[in-house]
Design a protein around this ligand. Structure first.
Ligand code: GLU
Length: 419
């Protein structure tokens, strides 16, 4: 697959171009941002439990490192390819710039369904992948983290492999690690917490009081959706629908969240959870709720179904869950869209805290982490709202404009080598 082929890359490129024209960005800077700085494709052969050898395709793409080392997750999913990874790396560049982190954008992944592999096979896969990309990553070059299909355990194996290769322990090579090996408090739930913060900022902006009459539907009851649901529920808001790949459930009086979390913990999927009405994922997206949080995967709300969406606020918990067309259409209808590079930036912000804490060997308490996270997201949210008004545009383009403004400044100051 060529670099520009995936729907996500095409969409990201279009968003980049439109935002650039809106803000009259220097075309030389735009041209450089259309391409990743570096892309590595590797074979990841592993021995399966039955003794046979299977080879998977892996990638690590570094989109832009003007502001600092590359930063971005590692995704294990059957849809992973070079183009999608490059698109996600580009989004990481804008995400880090938008929230003001001294980091660039990168992303990695393996084309694999992790649900089909045993724990041992996953460990072999992670260790071999790390070995294959070790020459381009490191605590001051490119720092991976979890993403779809990977977690803290994956990061522990990754960090251990990198450290074995170098001969000493290097916790700073990844973030999202377990606490016992240098992870940060609050990292696991940071993305969801950030989503909940952003929903509150948006509600405030719209003059909507968050309370027991506020209804929320969450598409993707996983690493992002669960903590977002828990934080909003703790505020007294009603979570009326949740979903995962196995389907969706609805309860107009509010889902019993603890029961749903326990059910998913023990059975992996929401399907068959007793006491809730089963609906389809499409029906969930079309519910008449105040807030819709698509927190699963990209390309969920498209030109085909965006007309059915009735939510007043849409919080992009996933990367790219709304296509460019859907964003424009819904924004024109007055829906308040919190764009992904702002809405789900909580994960990478606390990753940054983890990296900083690790480098200093001094660890913060949870209150400090959540307070700093809130401050960073609020500042970025306000900057995006300001750009939205200044350029009379939608929130997505405004977020790109703020990020591009910061990138432009850094790229101009550093100049082009050789000049
Ligand atoms: N994978 C997450 C993202 O897409 C987190 C990346 C990180 O923590 O570096 O933002």
């Amino acid at each position: 697959m060529s670099l520009f082929e995936s729907p996500l890359y095409k969409d990201a490129l279009e968003q980049l171009e439109v935002a650039s024209y809106t803000m009259s960005l220097d075309p030389n800077v735009l041209d450089r941002l259309k391409y990743p700085k570096r892309a590595l494709q590797v074979s990841v052969p592993i021995r399966l439990d039955d003794g046979t050898v299977k080879t998977f395709m892996g990638f690590r793409v570094q989109h832009n490192m003007t502001i600092g080392p590359g930063k971005g997750g590692i995704r294990y999913h059957p849809n992973v390819d070079l183009s999608e990874t490059a698109a996600l790396a580009m989004l990481m560049t804008f995400k880090c710039a938008l929230v003001g982190l001294p980091l660039g954008g990168a992303k990695g992944g393996i084309m694999v369904d992790p649900n089909n592999l045993s724990r041992q096979e996953l460990q072999s896969l992670t260790r071999r992948y790390c070995t294959e990309i070790n020459m381009i990553i490191g605590p001051s070059t490119d720092i991976p983290a979890p993403d779809i299909g990977t977690d803290a355990q994956t990061m522990a194996w990754f960090m251990d492999t990198y450290s074995q290769l170098k001969g000493y322990t290097i916790p700073g090579v990844v973030t999202g690690k377990p606490i016992a090996v240098g992870g940060s408090l609050g990292r696991a739930e940071a993305t969801g917490k950030g989503v909940a913060f952003c929903v509150n900022f948006a509600a405030q902006k719209m003059g909507l009081t968050m309370g027991s009459n506020t209804t929320v539907a969450i598409h993707g009851f996983g690493k992002v959706g669960i903590p977002a649901a828990q934080d909003l529920h703790a505020e007294g808001v009603k979570i009326v629908a949740i979903s995962d790949v196995s389907g969706a459930i609805y309860d107009k009086n509010g889902i019993d969240l603890q029961k749903a979390v326990d059910w998913v913990d023990s059975r992996r999927f929401l399907k068959d959870m007793p006491g809730a009405t089963v609906i389809s994922n499409e029906e969930l997206l079309a519910l008449d709720v105040d807030v819709l949080i698509p927190a699963a995967i990209d390309g969920v709300v498209t030109k085909d179904n965006c007309d059915n969406v009735k939510a007043k606020i849409i919080a992009e918990g996933a990367n790219g869950p709304l296509t460019k067309h859907a964003i424009e259409h819904l924004s024109n209808k007055g829906v308040f869209i919190i764009p992904d590079i702002l809405c789900n930036a909580g994960g990478v912000v606390v990753s940054y805290f983890e990296w900083v804490q690790g480098l200093q060997n001094f660890f913060w308490d949870l209150d400090r982490i959540n307070e700093e996270l809130h401050g960073i997201l609020k500042r970025a949210f306000d900057e995006v709202c300001e750009a939205k008004d200044k350029y009379d545009t939608d929130m997505k383009k405004a977020a790109f404009i703020v990020a591009l403004g910061k990138l432009f400044m850094a790229m101009r100051l550093r100049g082009l080598f050789p000049s």
